[in-house]
Design a protein around this ligand. Sequence first.
Ligand SMILES: Nc1ncnc2c1ncn2[C@@H]1O[C@H](COP(=O)(O)OP(=O)(O)OP(=O)(O)O)[C@@H](O)[C@H]1O
Ligand SMILES: [Mg+2]
Length: 519
Amino acid sequence: MDDHHDKQIEILVRARYPILYIVSWEEPRVIDSLIDIGHRTSKSVFEWSCSSGIVPAGTPVDSKKNINAKTKDPLMALNEVVEQVEPAIYVFKDFHPFLAKNNFAIIRKLRDISQILKSSYKTLVLTSPFLDLPRELEKDITIIDYKLPTFDELGVLLDRIIDEVKDNPKITIDIDPGGREEILKAALGLTLSEAENVFARALISGGKLCNDDVAAIFVEKRQIIRKSGLLDYCEPDVAFAQVGGLDSLKDWLVKRKLAFTDKAKKFGLPPPSGVLMIGVQGCGKSMCAKAVSALWQVPLLRMDVGQIFSALVGSSEENIRRCISIAESIAPCVLWVDEIDKAFGAISGSSTDSGTSQRVLGTFLTWLAEKLSSVFVVATANNIHVLPPELLRKGRFDDIFFIDLPDQKERESIFGIHLRLRKRKKEKFDLEKLARAGKGFSGAEIEQAIVAALFDAFYQKRDLTDDDIIKAISETVPLSKTMEEEIRTLREWCSTRTRHASVTAEEIAAKPGRKLEFT
Ligand SMILES: Nc1ncnc2c1ncn2[C@@H]1O[C@H](COP(=O)(O)OP(=O)(O)OP(=O)(O)O)[C@@H](O)[C@H]1O
Ligand SMILES: [Mg+2]
């Protein structure tokens, strides 16, 4: 059923990798696939847990007579693995608590075993929902991230459930092939057992499974993903047309939209991997992230970088892997890493945790550079001083954009957009004059000025005028004044390292004496 993992693990077993560590929430699915591999490689499969000791895999949990009491102790169990001679796969379930730091006896034992098993027909497999590996064992153990079920695997599950209930007169199944696809797509990102629950609930609540259940499945999925505490399933509530200026960036994104399709894949284009936006506060970085997902019509997952490092939800390395795994299973999607500088900034600082952040960043960047899935990463940052240089290296992000304060033309367009959003006709305003008055204002500040002006007009019981807005502008000290120095430094830094988001490539190319690198 689970081809990709089966093959990967089978190869490792055949190549006599001594110890594998499978990270998954889905123990039964992992064990099933190991039993299959056992059949194909003519090996017995045993499972171990601290409550049953070593027993043949698939032994029912409640069958007391099958308990192997003397191997309940993990060290004894590992000894048993060494002593038995038959070709076998040993699955140790939830072994992570025994790998805790300073559990020297177990750590040493595993290192010995990894040497011994290399010249045997035995493989030791540790399974756990978390990756928590002592540094000493990194070289002896091979880690496998068990991916969440694919579209096809969910399809098998759905068909099985439908098959089980189809003769029940109380239940109606009414889905066409299009509906089936939608339901399965909606369930991507769930584990097999979560999907099973969701399908079952949809069936029971309405007594039928129909195309309309997609919405309910989405709601459940959103909750489950939120429960992970690491990702948020956002509503893409910003239309692309609401972003003013930033033409070059928008151009770039519009072009990539096509590269994200199946057609482009068949054409041989790699899916775009991601974009980093560095820039002045309030100039539309977060907005662009949301707008991309609306433009491409794919889900938007916001990664909570703070949570990744919070000890409350598991180890940081495990967290980043889990984020990646959820995002990949939902692909095509946009993974939005807002304020990436805040998360990884600590690396260059004096944080005592810098080893961990370094490894988490490493995991993330390696994935970014090597990924083949259609997960488009949009990362944003303000503070260049703490940006780790690895992040900027070629091959990570497709491009790095600098989002500057809007120029005159861009301000005109932003004024127009926000007036329209507040149901005012932009023709009734002198956008050029407003934009001139708002020199040095960010998009956020322009929006604020309009809101303040609306308050004034409303208070005076009349409609909004140019003068209200100009008055509000004159009463605001923009960030570009208070942070003049910082913005200048940012601009200089970005001028040699990033692409400017505002002007189109054609415009720059048209300027004499300037060579552009088109990638
Ligand atoms: N280019 C723009 N076009 C239209 N509106 C804008 C633009 N830039 C900013 N705004 C307005 O300002 C608000 C704040 O912008 P946004 O959150 O995207 O800024 P940001 O660059 O992410 O800032 P920060 O660095 O503080 O996170 C937006 O919701 C939008 O209403
Ligand atoms: Mg932001």
